[in-house]
Write a new protein. Structure first.
Length: 191
């Protein structure tokens, strides 16, 4: 039987899987109890969906803040390339296929594609979301057990260098954008 990983165990386990690679890249683990790492003003952390539970499993995503303020938060899985997306989609489908199904599997009401109420089996709520892998999208990674987390860590580790690479200074420093805007608008002022 596979045991569902609760949030505190999720963070502890993922930190144990990712910490050494982050240390190699110069990041430090934050002592918050969450799986998060810091490098200068940049913070990387994993976020679990609030809709997680021991029946249908859970999903998580990866965030990074560069600079100050919530406006600089980024979901870094949007940066995956086409081959990453193909591998991620295949792994998601494998993990979804391993999720335990409730017994009995009751019908639950959900909102359909056109706003109507639709009955679906509770076990079907955790189906893979193939559309999230089609392009730059808000990617959430499903899991139920530690082995699922091990698989996601194995997927993420070879991609971390690219995913946490600093973005250009213009993207993280709003004063540079303001300076460029002043120069640009100066071109249209009458002399």
């Amino acid at each position: 039987m596979r045991d569902y990983v609760k949030s505190k165990d999720f963070h502890r386990h993922m930190r144990s899987l990712l910490a050494s690679r982050f240390q190699e890249l110069g990041w430090e683990s934050q002592a918050t109890g969450k799986c998060s790492f810091v490098l200068g003003r940049r913070v990387f952390w994993l976020q679990i969906s609030q809709y997680s539970n021991s029946v249908t499993g859970a999903k998580f995503t990866i965030n990074m803040t560069e600079g100050a303020g919530a406006a600089s938060d980024t979901r870094i899985l949007r940066q995956l390339d086409d081959s990453d997306r193909a591998a991620g989609k295949a792994l998601e489908e494998l993990i979804i296929s391993r999720l335990p199904r409730p017994d009995p599997d009751p019908d639950v009401e959900v909102v359909g594609d056109h706003g109507e109420t639709v009955l679906v089996k509770l076990g079907d709520l955790a189906k893979a979301n193939p559309r999230q892998w089609d392009g730059p999208a808000d990617v959430w990674l499903p899991y139920f057990s530690r082995s699922d987390l091990d698989d996601w860590a194995a997927f993420l580790l070879p991609r971390l260098d690219r995913l946490v690479a600093p973005s250009s200074p213009e993207a993280t420093d709003p004063s540079l954008w303001a300076q460029r805007l002043r120069r640009f608008t100066g071109l249209f002022r009458s002399k």
